[in-house]
Structure formats: C-alpha cells, structure tokens
Design a protein around this ligand. Structure first.
Ligand SMILES: [Zn+2]
Length: 452
C-alpha cells in the first residue's frame, strides 16, 4: 500500500499512458508494474495435488496513479481465460512474465478500479538467478509455496514488487483431508463431502513475496502465543521432531516484542512441511514456512523477520541485508539469551576469518552487485557483524532504540540502507557514516572493516 516509484511511462496516448512493465528495480527490471497501486488481493484457488492442477480467480483492487490506457500484471505460465476491469471484459495479451491488460475504457489517474483474472493450469516454480527455485513448488501431498524474490506470479497475477503492499483474502479449496495454510487468520472453513475450502485473511499490508498458500496433509494445532492466535501446521511424519522447537515460539516472540517493539501482526504460527527439494525456510508473513524441522536458530531467524523484512521491507532488492543481516544478528542474540555464545563472541570468531577469504567478506552486504549474490553468505554474516559492530560502538541501549525506532518509523512500509544509517546517526548523536559505509559498502581487498 505504498506507491511504487514508477519510471516515466513509455507510450503516451493522449492523457492516458501504458503503465510500465517494471518499477525500475535494477536487479529485477520487470518486477512490479507502473501506473497503479494494489490495495487488496482476493484469491480463490481450487487445487488438486494429483496432477498439480490449479483453477483460480484473482480479484484485485487497485488505484491508478496515472491515467492508464493499458497496464501490466506479473504472471508466469498458467493459462488466462478471461480478464475484466470494473466488470467489463478487457483485452489481454501475454509477453514473458507480463500480462498486458487493455481495459475497455481508459482508467483516470487517482481513481480506484477492480481487475478480475480467471486462469488455470499446472503451476511451476521459477528458477532464480542463484539457481534456487521459488513460487509454487509441488510436493508429494500438495505444494510448498514460497515466493522470494519472484515466485508470487507463478500462482497469482500481481504487482510483484516489495514496494506495493496490500491486504489479502485467500479462499483455497482442496480435496477433503488436505489442509491449505495461508497468511493471517483462518476466518472459517467450508467442509463438503469431497472438498474443504479454507478462508484466510491477512489484514496487514503484505509484500507479494511473503504470501503463501501451502497445501498438504498437515497436523494442525491452534493456541495462543504471546497474546496472538497461533496456527501451526506440521507434516505428520515431523510432528515429534518439531514439537520441542515449536514450543519455543512464544518465548521467542516475547523476546523480540521486548527488544524490537510490539509484534506487528494479528496472528502467528508456523508451517513445517516435508519438502526436501527446496533447501530453505522463508519468513512468510505471520506464519514462517520451513521445508523441514527447523532448529531454534532458524525459528528465531524467521520470527525476527516478521519485524525486519515483513513489517519493514526493503525498497529495492539490493537492500536485502536489511532483512538478512538483522535476522542473522537476531539468531545470535537468541543463542546468547538461552545461555549460548554471546553476540560479541560470535563477532570475534567471524572477524578472525582472514581477509584473504574473499568469499567470506565479499560482496559487501549493502552492495551485492548482481542478483545472483542476493542471498550470499556475506549478506547474512557480514550483515549481522555490521549490526554487532554498531551495537558495540553505540552501546546496547542506543542500539535497541535504533531497532525499535526503525520498526515504528517504517511500519508496514519500505525503507533503504541510507535511511538506516541516517537513523543510527540521529539516535546515537554520533558520526557513523564512515564506519557503517565501510561495513556495508566497502569490498575487502587490503583491510577488514573497522573494529568498533
Ligand atoms: Zn532470512
């Protein structure tokens, strides 16, 4: 629900233009779209795991940010059967990951409009620049649905960039006995003889890459965790192994609430799937998603992302250390809190890595250089070290004030590395620019980043 910064429209058509095919993110030039801002997605999905068949309708509420004679949605694969705009049939075409929509009447700038897209097919994940896959990933009993950084369009048409946050409703119909778990609160279930429909609602603004509708034969437990309704779904073969780790969820949320500010969302929980081909976990909003039973560090990491990543989201993908550096530092802090090594000891051990180990030190966390490096180890570890160095430089009290102010200033919005450096200077009253720039932007050739 924050307007994307759209580059100048390419084709003018009187007062009306064609919305651009991307929002100008250098790492993913076609991600997101220009000319409008989505406020709500209502996704009705009917999924049959046998044969990986999806039949769906997406109803999207948006506001035109300029007069539009045409606009794009992002959609990968799948077959579109019809598109309407404000209830009138609209012309549409496909071009790569873009679905080009020409409404019958041009859309005036500043006016709300509704798009409805009917589509079906066999959803497939997208292979990312680093070789991993995301999006709709079929499993042996359903689908593991994780969308960072570009998987959302594998299962719904959208404005696929972190700067366009929206609220969501998911109505997911699956065969009886199968469970569909999305973000937010489970409003109700409709149980038929052969199918069940799960209706989920996420009422806080959410980036597309944090949406999920993970499906499988899960065992479900519902409770409260640190004041929030908690919905936990676990693959049956994993329940015994997952129980002791998931039992820590309320305590982790409580600690993060104390240190980072109140929990930002209306629900919590977790999804522990059995998806051995995936190889990662994701901080899907309100309900982190794990491909296997996580350890405590991973659970603490994904829960910390609810503040750093989900609530405050990078403005550009290159700023991803604002997610991963923070969640990595939080892992270290949870270990210290539970009697393990201190964050300072972790820092010292990592700082001892020789500067000749360029794969450890480079690329610098706030300048990954190219999309292949978005999730390099250095984004996590040197990013976490930058925060620990900051903590030691300004002291714990000021450090946590910076983190809490960061969250409250940018609640449900987007932010950049420059804004973080500005805030650190403001809250500490110190000149930190050279220090933080060395940690965040300087490639390591001759010397390591400065000690605090
Ligand atoms: Zn992470």
């Amino acid at each position: 629900m924050v307007a994307a910064v759209a580059p100048a429209p390419a084709i003018a058509d009187g007062r009306f233009v064609h919305g651009s095919a991307g929002v100008g993110d250098p790492f993913f030039p076609r991600a997101g779209n220009g000319g409008y801002d989505v406020s709500h997605y209502r996704l009705a999905l009917r999924y049959t795991p046998a044969g990986n068949r999806l039949r769906a309708t997406a109803a999207i509420k948006a506001v035109a940010t300029e007069g539009l004679s045409r606009f794009d949605l992002d959609l990968r694969g799948l077959r579109v059967s019809s598109v309407s705009v404000d209830a009138d049939p609209a012309d549409f075409r496909r071009r790569g990951q873009e679905l080009l929509v020409t409404p019958r009447r041009p859309l005036p700038g500043g006016e709300p409009f509704k798009v409805r897209v009917r589509y079906r097919g066999s959803p497939r994940p997208v292979i990312d620049p680093d070789g991993s896959k995301d999006g709709w990933i079929p499993t042996n009993d359903g689908a593991f649905v994780a969308d960072e950084p570009q998987g959302a369009p594998t299962w719904f048409p959208c404005d696929d960039h972190p700067t366009d946050k929206a609220t969501y409703e998911f109505r997911v119909t699956v065969p009886a006995g199968v469970v569909a778990v999305a973000n937010g609160k489970l409003k109700y279930r409709i149980r038929g003889r052969r199918h069940t429909t799960f209706v989920w609602r996420e009422g806080s603004p959410m980036a597309t890459y944090l949406a999920t509708a993970t499906i499988g034969r899960f065992e479900v437990s519902r409770s409260r965790a640190d004041g929030s309704p908690s919905y936990v779904a676990v693959a049956p073969a994993r329940t015994a192994a997952a129980a002791p780790v998931l039992a820590k969820l309320p305590a982790i949320l409580r600690l993060w609430g104390r240190k980072f500010g109140d929990y930002p969302f209306a629900a919590t929980g977790a999804i522990v799937d059995h998806a051995p081909s995936v190889g990662y976990a994701l901080e899907t909003q309100t309900r982190p998603l794990f491909d296997t039973v996580p350890d405590q560090a991973t659970l603490a990491h994904e829960l910390a992302h609810q503040w750093f990543g989900d609530d405050v989201t990078p403005r550009r993908w290159r700023d991803i250390w604002l997610n991963e550096g923070f969640a990595t530092w939080a892992e270290w802090y949870w270990a210290q809190h539970t009697g393990g090594r201190s964050t300072g000891a972790v820092f010292d051990a990592l700082y001892a890595v020789g500067r000749g180990d360029t794969a450890f030190w480079n690329p610098p966390p706030a300048d990954p250089g190219k999309p292949e490096n978005l999730f390099d180890g250095t984004i996590y570890e040197r990013g976490g070290m930058a925060l620990e160095a900051l903590r030691q430089k300004v002291g714990a009290k000021v450090f946590f004030r910076i983190l809490r102010d960061w969250v409250s200033m940018h609640r449900y919005g987007n932010a950049s590395t420059r804004q973080f450096i500005d805030l650190a200077e403001l809250d500490s009253g110190m000149d930190l620019r050279g220090f933080l720039r060395a940690w965040l932007y300087r490639p390591i050739q001759r010397g390591k980043p400065p000690l605090p």
